[in-house]
Write a protein that binds this ligand. Structure first.
Ligand code: IFM
Length: 471
């Protein structure tokens, strides 16, 4: 068996970086774009750290050419970005705004000219505000609107973009957006959370069909899920049951219908006090259960749970921000514990074994389906030294550990085709504002100057050689 620390990655392995529209673009009022739920939320006092918004973000809308040049300089073979729905279909209904689509056409052309594979995500949390005003994801109609939007973007970019992702982390859209309220639109309603989850699943299925109807058959359609690695505090049967409950709410609620065509019966039973699931209509599960070309896994840290009913003071240790409302419907008797070990600036424990575990789980659960790690990375309190260089040895160690886990999974039989570091550059980290830096490239927020950190150079060497350089 080859040593994952020294073994080369497969020659066609994609070495990518990822971003999302609202986190980097800025230009929120240009060229016909209208507010998304994140514009409204971030402009609502008290919702984001320091009142930060994505109004300017890192101004990628105007600087995309330089950013693509930087990606080429870093030897990236792929770039995963998201399309801003309110930029291309401002009200979430009706005809597309061509000038909005033109931005993405130019971006894709620029990437292709530099030999970088574009990977488009259709939805990374920026729902047009008008659709939220009509009920948002808890309403069925939003799924139909998404399919229409998918068709618009598929028609515009399908000739040049082969890799497609319908939704990014629908768990966050539903459970943080409508459950704990730490994400836009900031609602705190357990029943709406599960309705939203179902309509996001339906949107994925309808969107996949819509894309396939307008795109060349060679294109790959996938979804990116922040699938959780949930571990028990002990082997006590009650703790193991707590793991199953959270696993259903984090994983089964999406993987079940998407990969297997059904929700786990245990999810229905456990949430019966909150919802009757009557919004799952005949034919929905078939619509959701589309054959996929790949599965995207986003991984940061594992969760540790027990069944103890004691409520600990302060925020739950589930790593999903602080709110008086739990994102987890009907799970008040599950306690989240801090996983031991070193942590990043987000307070997330560093544990590459979780990534290996996750990859092997979906290798078993979805045999034959190629996997991509569509997000993985770490926030640190990076600062330039007096010479203007940014040294981030902790991020290098993080990337080395997690890429080694990926390499080990490949050795163990997993079909992992690529890795997208989160994130290309520092950006708007949602409710945390600009305080958490995930980038391999440092952004000076006063001047918007980009400076590759030492991790970016380390990653570039990995991308060039297909082998992990020493840390
Ligand atoms: O910044 C986010 C990204 O938008 C979605 N996945 C997790 C990242 C880090 O929190």
């Amino acid at each position: 068996m080859s040593d994952p620390l020294t073994a080369s990655f497969p020659p066609a392995f994609l070495w990518g970086a990822a971003t999302s529209a609202y986190q980097i673009e800025g230009a929120v009022r240009e060229d016909g774009r209208t507010p998304s739920i994140w514009d409204t939320f971030s402009h609502t006092p008290g919702k984001t750290a320091g009142g930060d918004t994505g109004d300017i973000a890192v101004d990628h809308y105007h600087r995309y050419r330089d950013d693509v040049a930087l990606m080429a300089d870093l030897s990236l073979s792929a770039y995963r970005f998201s399309v801003s729905w309110p930029r291309v279909q401002p009200t979430g209904r009706g005809p597309a705004v061509q000038v909005g689509l033109d931005f993405y056409r130019r971006l894709v052309d620029e990437l292709l000219a530099k030999g970088i594979k574009p990977a488009v995500t259709l939805y990374h949390w920026d729902l047009p505000q008008e659709l939220e005003d009509s009920g948002g994801w808890p309403e069925r109609d939003t799924a139909y609107r998404f399919a229409e939007y998918a068709q618009i973007v598929g028609e515009a970019l399908g000739d040049r973009v082969e890799q497609w992702t319908t939704l990014n982390e629908p768990w966050c859209s539903a459970f943080l957006g409508y459950g704990s309220g730490v994400h836009a639109p900031g609602r705190t309603d357990p029943a709406a959370t599960l309705r939203a989850a179902h309509h996001l699943n339906l949107a994925h299925g309808l969107g996949t069909s819509a894309l396939r109807a307008v795109m060349p058959a060679r294109n790959q359609v996938a979804i990116s899920l922040n699938s959780a690695v949930v571990r028990p505090l002990s082997q006590d049967p009650a703790d193991l049951a707590a793991v199953r409950r959270i696993d259903d709410l984090a994983n089964g609620v999406f993987h079940g219908p998407i990969l297997h065509g059904s929700y786990p019966p245990s999810l229905f039973e456990a949430t019966a006090s909150v919802t009757d699931w009557s919004y799952v209509q005949d034919g929905d599960l078939a619509a959701v259960h589309q054959p996929l070309d790949a599965l995207g896994l986003n991984y940061y840290t594992p969760a540790l749970v027990s069944a103890t009913a004691e409520t600990t003071a302060g925020p739950r240790a589930d790593g999903h921000g602080s709110s008086d409302h739990s994102p987890w419907p009907a799970a008040d008797d599950v306690t989240f514990h801090q996983t031991p070990g070193e942590r990043t600036e987000m307070g997330w424990t560093i544990d590459p074994t979780g990534l290996h575990e996750l990859i092997m789980r979906y290798t078993r659960e979805a045999p034959g389906l190629p996997l991509y790690i569509t997000e993985n990375g770490a926030a640190y309190d990076d600062k330039p030294d007096p010479d203007g260089n940014v040294h981030d040895p902790e991020r290098i160690a993080y990337l080395h550990g997690h890429l080694s886990a990926v390499r080990r999974a490949i050795t163990d039989g997993a079909d992992v085709r690529g890795y997208y570091l989160w994130s290309l550059m520092d950006n708007f980290e949602w409710a945390y504002g600009y305080g958490k830096r995930f980038g391999a490239v440092y952004v000076d927020y006063a001047t918007l100057t980009r400076t590759p950190k030492s991790s970016a150079r380390w990653y570039a060497e990995a991308a060039r050689t297909g082998t992990l350089p020493p840390v």
